[in-house]
Design a protein around this ligand. Sequence first.
Ligand SMILES: Cc1cc2nc3c(=O)[nH]c(=O)nc-3n(C[C@H](O)[C@H](O)[C@H](O)COP(=O)(O)OP(=O)(O)OC[C@H]3O[C@@H](n4cnc5c(N)ncnc54)[C@H](O)[C@@H]3O)c2cc1C
Length: 332
Amino acid sequence: MSFDVEVKRIVRLGANFQRITFAGACLSDFGISGETHDLRIKVIVPCVEAEGTSLPLPDLSELSAGWYQDWLKLNPATRGCMRTYTVRGARCTGPEPEIDVDFVLHFDEDGNGGPASSWAAAAQPGDRVCIIGPNAAQCVTAEAYGGIEWRPGMARHVLLAGDETAVPAITAILESLPEDVTGHALMEIPSTADRQPVRTASGVQMIWLARGNRPHGELLDAAVRQTVALPGWASVETADGVPFRQRPALSEPEEINVDEAILWETPQRLDPAAVQATPNPHAPSGALPFYAWIAGEAAVVRGLRRYLVRDVGIDRKQVAFMGYWRKGRAES
Ligand SMILES: Cc1cc2nc3c(=O)[nH]c(=O)nc-3n(C[C@H](O)[C@H](O)[C@H](O)COP(=O)(O)OP(=O)(O)OC[C@H]3O[C@@H](n4cnc5c(N)ncnc54)[C@H](O)[C@@H]3O)c2cc1C
């Protein structure tokens, strides 16, 4: 469903993050039942003419079930640019419904950003965008909704890892976790000035990795390898007493060319009863149930996928790998 909304508030969260709160009466129809976790939406920002003037968005209120095909048929010069974002907060049940989206302000060395990043950096209260998101009237639950990938199932030990584009999702997930969940949240951010206060009832340890001038993903990759360290995992015996690494090779992940395909590999929702009945035979005893959620630049995520699945041998059904963006490629 599409929502025609306007910018209500703008808050600078850190050196490279801008929180934009969108409001509009139509948002009372937005949402899912329960926590939003990493709920993704499409944000359509206005096209900008050569002189920098924003063109008004066309009326997108008629976009329905086949909204994407409908939108593609519109004039590319005026239909706006569609990008994917996370709902960082949603307050849609009161008299003034609103949602927060945290935009990373990314610009290259020449100061050029993508359409969404540029729009967010220049946004003013009253500016309008269109959001494509779930319709609350259909009472979709997080379990049933395809736009949420956080599916820990029975897991009580988790790994969340991502770059700045995944910080809105990771922090929203952390805020929703109950006390008995432990693990690590590894977040690579451009600078120390991008750390954000996060409240979680869980025992998950938050680790902020300020990149500075290092290559994108270097710190995140190292931190994941340290957190899920090979000797530790490999020496753990499984329930039947066989050391983990002596098992025949588990699944070798097929190569994904992140320049041509989207890296998006997420487990199906687990039926808790089925999980209890048949514990995973390939995972180390004591470490189960474990679940990992990894998102960020596609090549970095691909490297972590290879490490966790091939080298460590973690069951792919317990890890979500998501390329949120690709270096050098605009989202299309
Ligand atoms: C499910 C999902 C949820 C997401 N949630 C968020 C979110 O909450 N907040 C958020 O900021 N982003 C989020 N992203 C990432 C966001 O969609 C991309 O960063 C997107 O490319 C930004 O659009 P743009 O118009 O600014 O840049 P584009 O036009 O898409 O790209 C222009 C250039 O900028 C580069 N680029 C894109 N993103 C970055 C970046 N972060 N850092 C450096 N260079 C970049 C591209 O490689 C390209 O060269 C999410 C993506 C997905 C798939």
